[in-house]
Design a protein around this ligand. Structure first.
Ligand code: GLA
Length: 721
């Protein structure tokens, strides 16, 4: 093969790939755009990236491919770990063919905008074949996956297949996420030192504590500025993401599926595909996030019709499925402007609490003697869609299903796994178990007009063994879940699915290929959601984040909040209500109606615009919103989330506007001005606001009003010229 360089470039990102000779594909540059390159410049750049040979290292420069190879002298985390009865553990792949968007790559430099490079390679001694897919999307997201095939006569046991992407030496500050039930995606920063910062997800689900996007950037990077390179593994089972700095100063971010011992044993001609590993560059975290948002919004399956304002009944009734009460709830919801009514856990056989019934997907005829049809029809007659809760992968030991098919439960070591929330996990890697669950959900969906499933998953996979030997079953389980979601969508083409997992423990780009929104957290306390929603948006756009107004006293924290703060916080998301409306006063009902109207009037802007999170000068002030792609309009939320040592906090600036256009900025307070608000003069008579250029608003700014902690106002920004 000839030397060849491929330059992909889109949305301000360049990816210069070296597909030289028969070596495995390597990245010369991934980051800000390099503009147009001549073949000479590209070749010089590739040469300029080669390290000198230093004493006490291997005698040839170490070339780092997307699947880092030990045979070259790379002593960091390898791209492939595996063996064939102890042999073939250090493969050397030789590239036989490289294509760009399907056409074979031959010339010395190929320039393309977005595109997909596919590399075919083989190690004839180790009897392994490899196909690498590397894509730069229209929005500048890099994604890659590797497919490994065993072409030998004996089994090949694969322990890891990691994709690694080089990042420059100036990137030293790590940002990733911690989290737990009720407090997902808590940002944490650290310094990248020599060694590995590795995040392993071993929960058999994405996890409330998942790294989500693991970024490394120049020290001090924020929302608006500072280069960052992030990695995300698009998989809902066990996974790893890491940042590594070597003794040589070479740095990578990488990731892949985390395979359990013996989980992938490839027989002759069998192959394993890694999940997509996403690399996201940005000058600032907002640019990074907006590349992901645009990529997701560009998919044909992205939910496009206005996101229906949702009422979920969980925090209103829990397991108390009283027919009349639920009918009344539907009747109060419709005139409020609610468009979707979701019946949560508790509707199926025996399910009076969380100790019993999971797995028995038959409508409970004690609670619902006429089935769910009458409720669903009532909901539809009121002009709303009907949604229903399922937890398809799970089973209570106290269920007919567990009694009839104990062999369908994931287990190993001849014992039953420890219970979590009184439940065990069904093995969807088994065809019979898979077929049964699919058939049950299908039957319910055929007899009831369900257009939305809240798909829950409420425990970690522990001892999740498959078959009579109890071999690791997480990989097959995860793919089984995806397959079932896909099949249900095929059978019911307008069905939407929400990914819920004890709140937000299944938020990743793997499940997002099959679902339409996520439940961010079981904690709906708006003070917590100010953080959780803003950081979940590092991966997903607001229209995919279930964001509800709950009762005045939060069920998970006991804190009280005004309706204004609860609603203003829920506004920037897929808006909903999770509150017993029968308990709302008349004033509260009126206020909530006004907020629902406000959400609807801004919904298109919020759900199609570019997200902006302003780096405010004070940590007690959150300022964020959405700017229309044509920069005609924007809506910001200005939220006070604490009490500062100074008041009233000076001026704030906006971002994302056209500097040369004039905008009117108006404070908007649906339901009435929040208590404790002291308006600065620019609010004007009748809150008519002020008109200034985008440049003035983004550089000099406007004075912050004085506000009570845990209150918020909206800022409506409209171009006047
Ligand atoms: C999980 C979900 C909740 C609710 C309950 C029902 O905890 O996150 O929203 O659906 O299950 O059991």
């Amino acid at each position: 093969m000839q030397d060849s360089l491929i330059h992909l470039s889109s949305a301000g990102v360049s990816l210069l790939l070296d597909a030289g000779g028969d070596d495995l594909l390597a990245i010369v540059h991934w980051g800000a755009s390099l503009g147009t390159l001549s073949p000479e410049e590209a070749a010089t750049l590739a040469q300029a990236a080669v390290e000198p040979v230093v004493p006490n290292a291997v005698d040839v420069p170490i070339r780092l491919s997307l699947l880092p190879e030990g045979w070259r002298g790379w002593t960091g985390k390898p791209g492939i770990e595996g063996h064939r009865a102890g042999a073939d553990w250090s493969p050397r792949f030789r590239t036989s063919r490289v294509t760009l968007d399907g056409a074979v790559v031959e010339p010395s430099l190929v320039e393309s905008s977005a595109g997909t490079v596919v590399v075919e390679a083989e190690d004839a001694d180790a009897d392994l074949r490899l196909v690498l897919h590397v894509q730069l999307t229209d929005s500048g997201v890099l994604r890659a996956k590797a497919v490994l095939r065993n072409i030998g006569a004996t089994d090949y046991e694969l322990a890891a297949l990691n994709i690694a992407l080089p990042i420059p030496p100036g990137a030293r500050e790590i940002l990733d996420f911690a989290g737990r039930w009720g407090k997902e995606r808590v940002p944490q920063r650290s310094t990248l030192m020599v060694g590995i910062h590795e995040r392993e997800g071993r929960k058999g689900r994405t996890g409330a504590d998942a790294a989500t996007v693991l970024s490394v950037g120049v020290p001090g990077f924020g929302f608006g500025a500072g280069e960052v390179w992030g990695i995300h593994v698009g998989f809902s089972g066990n996974h790893r993401s890491y940042a590594e700095r070597l003794f040589s100063g070479v740095q990578v971010v990488g990731g892949g599926e985390l395979l359990l011992p013996g989980e992938i044993r490839l027989k002759t001609d069998e192959e394993y595909s890694s999940p997509w590993v996403y690399g996201v560059y940005g000058n600032g975290l907002d640019e990074q996030a907006s590349r992901l948002h645009r990529m997701l919004r560009g998919r044909p399956e992205h939910p496009r019709r206005p996101r229906p304002v949702t009422l979920n009944v969980w925090e209103a009734v829990y397991f108390d499925h009283d027919r009349d009460r639920l009918f009344d709830l539907a009747e109060s919801a419709a005139p409020m402007g609610i468009e979707r009514f979701v019946l949560d856990d508790g509707w199926f056989r025996g399910r009076r609490d969380d100790t019993v019934g999971l797995g028995d997907w038959y409508v409970d005829d004690e609670v619902w003697p006429d089935g769910l049809g009458p409720l669903a029809e009532h909901v539809r007659a009121l002009g709303m869609e009907f949604g229903l809760w399922f937890e398809p992968e799970m089973v209570n030991p106290d269920s007919d299903l567990a009694r009839e098919h104990p062999e369908w439960i994931l287990a190993t070591g001849g014992r039953t796994p420890v219970l979590a929330r009184n439940q065990l996990v069904l093995d969807l890697g088994r065809e019979d178990a898979y077929d049964h669950v699919l058939e049950r959900i299908t039957a319910i969906l055929r007899m009831t007009p369900v257009s939305y499933i809240k798909w829950d998953h409420n425990r970690d996979l522990v001892d999740a063994g498959h078959g009579c030997q109890g071999v690791p079953g997480v990989h097959a389980q995860t793919l089984g879940t995806y397959r079932m979601m896909q099949e249900l969508k095929r059978r019911f083409p307008s069905l939407e699915i929400e990914s819920c997992s004890s709140g937000g423990a299944r938020v990743d780009l793997g499940v997002i290929e099959h679902t339409d929104r996520v439940w961010v957290s079981d904690c709906i306390d708006p003070l917590e959601r100010q953080q959780m929603n803003r950081w979940t948006m590092q991966l997903l756009p607001p229209e995919m984040l279930g964001s509800h107004v709950a009762s005045g006293v939060s069920h998970s924290t006991g804190r009280s909040h005004t309706l204004g703060f609860r609603a203003a916080t829920a506004l920037y998301g897929h808006f909903g209500v999770e509150w017993d409306l029968a308990a709302a006063t008349e004033d509260e009902s009126r206020e909530l109606r006004e907020w629902i109207e406000a959400h609807k009037s801004y919904r298109e802007l919020l759900h199609t615009g570019d997200m902006v999170r302003v780096d405010t000068s004070d940590p007690t002030l959150n300022l964020y919103g959405s700017v229309a792609p044509d920069q005609e309009a924007a809506l910001f939320v200005l939220a006070s989330i604490g009490r500062s040592e100074v008041a009233p906090l000076g001026r704030f600036t906006l971002r994302g506007l056209d500097p040369d256009r004039r905008y009117r900025v108006r404070p908007v307070t649906p339901g009435g001005a929040p208590r404790g608000l002291i308006a600065p003069p620019w609010f004007g008579q009748d809150s008519n606001g002020v008109a200034l250029t985008g440049r003035a608003l983004m550089t000099a700014g406007l004075h912050t009003p004085a506000m009570y902690p845990e209150s918020a106002i909206l800022l409506d920004v409209s171009a006047t010229s």
